[in-house]
Design a protein around this ligand. Structure first.
Ligand code: ZN
Ligand code: ZN
Length: 200
């Protein structure tokens, strides 16, 4: 039944196609940057991962696990920004690799030299944040009148839609108007909302 496509959509979180996990292409690129600098072994064990745990930081380097973490939201900033952030973080790993057991200042002379070797001489010590911290607003909120589950939407629903969980629990998954989603008023700067009469 056609309607079910829409019901399923409601259960699919509307996250955009942001990358997640390891990125073999960026790992390959990192290897190619490091190998000519005499850091082949670092390049071999290095991992580059997209991590949604990063909030406002563009990237992070962990020299103990030889990992570079990148913020998935960087993708919205273009390839150049990804490349620059990767090199910035690689410079942390390269500087630590060269220093061995010696402790170094995170953005000190060793890091600046590593930046120059990686092609980003004069890199700022602070990671610039080319994106806002605020998440994309989903101003339309629908609520199941039965289980009170919330369905935030970026756009209004075009057709009558019912809560899939309740339809499955009470009516073997068939569309049941008792569980028709109701439009709720969204209070500004608040995730809570009060139910309203069915609007659509
Ligand atoms: Zn840094
Ligand atoms: Zn429900």
């Amino acid at each position: 039944m056609l309607l079910f496509k829409q019901l399923d959509l409601l259960f699919t979180s509307p996250k955009s196609k942001r990358p997640a996990g390891r990125d073999p292409a960026l790992e390959e690129m990192a290897y190619r940057l490091l190998a000519p600098l005499g850091a082949t072994s670092l390049g071999e064990r290095l991992r580059v991962e997209w991590s949604s745990r990063l909030r406002s930081a563009a990237g992070r380097a962990d020299s103990r696990s030889s990992r570079v973490l990148l913020n998935p939201r960087l993708c919205a900033c273009g390839k150049e920004e990804i490349d620059r952030t990767l090199r910035h973080e690689l410079a942390h790993l390269l500087a630590a690799f060269r220093a061995g057991r010696r402790r170094i200042d995170p953005h000190g002379a060793e890091w600046r030299r590593a930046c120059a070797d990686l092609g980003i001489a004069g890199e700022e010590r602070c990671h610039t944040l080319p994106f806002p911290i605020k998440r994309r607003a989903r101003p339309y909120l629908y609520i199941c009148p039965n289980c009170r589950r919330n369905f935030p939407r970026t756009k209004p629903l075009r057709r009558a839609s019912a809560c899939l969980a309740c339809c499955q629990a009470h009516d073997r998954g068939r569309f049941d108007s008792r569980f028709k989603l109701q439009r709720a008023r969204v209070t500004q700067l608040s995730s809570r909302a009060k139910p309203r009469d069915p609007a659509d």
